[in-house]
Design a protein around this ligand. Structure first.
Ligand SMILES: Nc1nc2c(c(=O)[nH]1)N[C@H]1C(S)=C(S)[C@@H](COP(=O)(O)OP(=O)(O)OC[C@H]3O[C@@H](n4cnc5c(=O)[nH]c(N)nc54)[C@H](O)[C@@H]3O)O[C@H]1N2
Ligand SMILES: Nc1nc2c(c(=O)[nH]1)N[C@H]1C(S)=C(S)[C@@H](COP(=O)(O)OP(=O)(O)OC[C@H]3O[C@@H](n4cnc5c(=O)[nH]c(N)nc54)[C@H](O)[C@@H]3O)O[C@H]1N2
Ligand code: SF4
Ligand SMILES: [Mo]
Length: 744
């Protein structure tokens, strides 16, 4: 029944659909079930990867034609029922009808769209146009809220605009590289390898890593600061204070290009360096060494990621890091600047297209009357129709569903039943929802199993898509092979829904037309892409923004003129006091739990679990615990332990090591309910959020760890592809299940 042919030739280039490094891949070979016969290499002249790729990218071929691909729309009339295949018209009209009824009864804010940094810019733009512009609800957010929201808010409050100032070429000219809250070695491996090579070529380069764990990244550091989780602001304030005390500030830069120095100095003068180091859990002589190294360098570059953002003070952490760059004048010149590493392949594009609940396309904002008017005009909507209030953000959407206020949610390209904090809350929310629609490339996922309607999405390689990497490089990826069954691109699904809801403005022939409409809305904005036409993208392949004209070559670096997009052109130094994390440990929950990623797996495993080599490298979930703590509880590696927080309990095998500090434990978050019901890490985590960015505290909660009786033990590991196929064959009703048998 599947329309997929079993040996499709594949040849061409594409941007890797995993991390925000944005490697350009070259594919050559044939695609078939679990096919490993596509050779995937890095493109030599690609600015991000210079010919390199990592294992996840090179093994993409095996993740495409799997038996659990969702290839037809599916529906069911109640949650207990199994899904039935449906035509696109039936499924789309059903959802449009339910949306209309719910909006008529409860108003537009009873519906929501929860998207992803894995949607292409065209789809993110159309989601924003449909929900904010036509249904008039700002309940339009994405999983970037769990990921980049604090970086976005930090850039905007400190520098006047979102978007990193840097490009990867800064690596080779930086003298000091400060990596804080990023495990690049596993999460951005190609960038990490580039850094390692730069260090090998210039041994004088100093690498400083700030991470509570002795990560693979920390292993190459000249100085590793094993910070107490949540202690970053204290450390950054200590560094700023020391640099002021050493009289090593860039006074000229501060005087001409910043505001707020007097208030910052006054605030820091009240703080004691010793107390700040104690709050950060760090040795003062080490911190002084770092301050001296930073203050004496020509070029100072920092990389930061989730150890900074996923915190109730994530925005302030980012402000504090930017303070350090502004005080030392280390921004707006090659080799220097605060460089947030983007997680997902198009988290940047989603921000540019206005997918977050406070944004509109082109780095515009719903709380700005002028911005709303510009979009209302562009979208031919009545004046005053776009709402001025920020919509519900990721976690808030699920809280609102749980309370019965939000009634319907459309989830696309994200798997919240694994990735959101406090999964018991998420479960209750989805159960209470009147309508759950999920667009995904696979079924089952933990989230599709909670849905009423499923839309099959064409995924990487099966559609044209435009994405922006961490370094603001906008790239085009052509379609390389057909999607299974009747799966459509996400933008096509959104456009169909717009039409079914009776709106004009959703009639697009192809993705280039969507891009052109979006591009025109960036003119004069900080993320100006006027010069990046669909045609140019299809011939030049990639261009850096800002790029205001078609003749412009694009801008690998921003702020070279030291003029910032604030009303007076100056960046802002902001005094940000250290605060303790939201949840404290006590005698009942004595351990600090931090969570994160492993090299071989991508998020909730819908793709990387299909790949035997990747599973071999990272075969299953585990709790990492320090030798001293393990010894006290008589826990050995491999023994199953019970981990509890104030929200839930899970059971996983222990891994005893010295990578984590005593009193702390680490859990990788990839494995959801499909791999051991009830054992996902996010049953433990806390849904507390940063008050400004609304990003949740996924890096810190209090837990208890106990050894459990042998008879209660459960084994949790990634099944082999054959086992996966067996599981899927049992629950699958999609025609995808009837695809050719798995041959390995
Ligand atoms: N292999 C792989 N790569 C990925 C992904 C994946 O799923 N798999 N996902 C991508 C995505 S979406 C993202 S967002 C990125 C994330 O990339 P990273 O942020 O680099 O990865 P994480 O493992 O989430 O967390 C990074 C580090 O933060 C540390 N940390 C915890 N608490 C604190 C703290 O209070 N302060 C400091 N300074 N550090 C702390 C943790 O110990 C951890 O080593 O990775 C991207 N790349
Ligand atoms: N405890 C803990 N939790 C975390 C984090 C953490 O560090 N710790 N990190 C958080 C972060 S930074 C992130 S980014 C999230 C990531 O979490 P998720 O976004 O939930 O993770 P993914 O597995 O990438 O989900 C993407 C979904 O989209 C589907 N998909 C793939 N391609 C396409 C496509 O082209 N179209 C459509 N419609 N669907 C597609 C995939 O099959 C998958 O189901 O997790 C967050 N959760
Ligand atoms: S480093 Fe990231 S973008 Fe590059 S191949 Fe690996 S996963 Fe893909
Ligand atoms: Mo992320």
């Amino acid at each position: 029944m599947s329309s997929r042919s079993w040996s499709l030739p594949v040849k061409g280039e594409s941007i890797c659909p995993y991390c925000g490094v944005g490697c350009r891949l070259e594919l050559d070979g044939e695609l078939g079930p679990y096919s490993a016969s596509i050779k995937i290499r890095g493109v030599a002249d690609a600015p991000a990867n210079l010919g390199k790729i990592c294992a996840k990218g090179s093994l993409l071929g095996e993740t495409i034609a799997t038996p659990d691909r969702l290839d037809h729309p599916m529906m069911r009339s109640s949650r207990g029922e199994t899904f039935r295949p449906a035509t696109w018209d039936t499924a789309i009209n059903k959802v449009a009808g339910r949306f209309r009824e719910i909006i008529a009864k409860h108003g537009p804010d009873a519906v929501a769209f929860y998207g992803s940094g894995q949607l292409d810019t065209e789809a993110a733009y159309l989601a924003c146009k449909l929900f904010k512009g036509h249904l008039h609800t700002n309940n339009t957010d994405s999983n970037s809220r769990l990921c980049m929201a604090s970086a976005v808010a930090g850039y905007r409050s400190s520098l006047g605009s979102d978007g990193p100032p840097n490009c990867y070429d800064d690596i080779e000219i930086a003298d000091v590289v400060f990596i804080i809250g990023s495990n690049m070695a596993e999460a951005h491996p190609v960038t990490f390898d580039r850094l390692k090579a730069a260090k090998a070529a210039r041994p004088g380069m100093t690498i400083i890593v700030v991470d509570p764990r002795k990560t693979a990244t920390a292993k190459i550091a000249d100085i590793h600061l094993p910070i107490r989780p949540g202690g970053d602001i204290a450390l950054l304030n200590a560094l700023c204070r020391l640099i002021i005390d050493f009289d090593m500030c860039d006074e000229g830069f501060i005087a001409h290009h910043t505001n707020g120095i007097a208030a910052l100095k006054e605030y820091l003068a009240e703080e004691k360096v010793s107390a700040l180091c104690a709050a950060a859990g760090l040795d003062q002589t080490q911190v002084e060494r770092v301050a001296r190294r930073i203050s004496r360098t020509q070029t100072f570059l920092s990389f930061y990621c989730m150890g900074m953002g996923q915190s109730t003070v994530g925005t302030w952490k980012c402000n504090s890091l930017i303070n350090l760059h502004l005080l030392t004048g280390q921004i707006g010149k090659p080799g220097a600047g605060p460089f947030s590493l983007t997680g997902q392949p198009n988290a940047m594009g989603g921000r540019e297209a206005g997918l977050l609940a406070h944004q509109l396309p082109g780095y515009r904002f719903v709380d700005d009357a002028g911005h709303r008017r510009e979009l209302e005009r562009a979208w031919k909507q009545p004046e005053g129709s776009i709402q001025p209030k920020m919509g519900l953000t990721a976690v808030e959407m699920f809280r609102s569903l749980e309370k019965g206020q939000l009634k319907a949610i459309w989830i696309a390209a994200t798997n919240p039943m694994v990735s959101l904090p406090d999964l018991h809350l998420v479960k209750r929310a989805l159960e209470r929802a009147e309508l759950v629609v999920v667009s995904d490339a696979y079924h089952p996922t933990e989230t599709t199993l909670a849905a009423d309607v499923l839309f099959p999405a064409a995924q990487w390689g099966e559609k044209e898509w435009t994405s922006t990497s961490s370094e603001r490089l906008v790239s085009f990826s052509p379609k390389l092979f057909d999607a299974p069954g009747v799966a459509l691109s996400d933008w096509q699904i959104l456009a169909r829904m717009g039409k079914a809801l009776g709106f004009s403005g959703f009639d697009f022939e192809n993705s280039a037309e969507v891009w052109e409409e979006f591009r025109a809305l960036t003119t004069g904005r900080p993320c100006d892409m006027t010069g990046i036409t669909a045609k140019r993208l299809r011939s030049d392949r990639h261009v850096y923004w800002p790029c205001p004209t078609e003749e412009h070559r694009g801008s690998p670096r921003r702020y070279l003129d030291h003029v910032f997009p604030t009303p007076d052109g100056r960046a802002r130094l902001l005094a940000r006091p250290h605060q303790v994390p939201r949840e404290l440990t006590d005698h009942e929950f004595p351990f600090i739990l931090t969570t994160g990623r492993l090299y071989a797996h991508w998020h909730t495993l819908t793709r990387t679990a299909k790949c035997e080599k990747l599973n071999r490298r990272d075969p299953g979930a585990y709790l990492e615990i320090h030798h001293d703590d393990a010894r006290k509880m008589d826990i050995a590696t491999g023994e199953v332990v019970q981990i509890s927080s104030r929200r839930g309990t899970i059971r996983l095998p222990a891994r005893v090591s010295e990578q984590v500090a005593p009193g702390q434990v680490f859990l990788p978050f990839h494995w959801g309910d499909l791999y051991g019901e009830g054992n996902a890490v996010n049953y433990l985590t806390i849904a507390a959020t940063d008050t400004i960015s609304k990003q949740p505290e996924l890096k810190f909660c209090a837990v208890a760890v106990e050894k459990i009786p042998a008879e209660l033990k459960v084994a949790v590991r990634t099944p082999t592809p054959a086992e996966v196929a067996q599981v899927f064959a049992q629950v699958q009703v999609s025609p995808a299940a009837l695809m050719d048998p798995v041959t390995r």
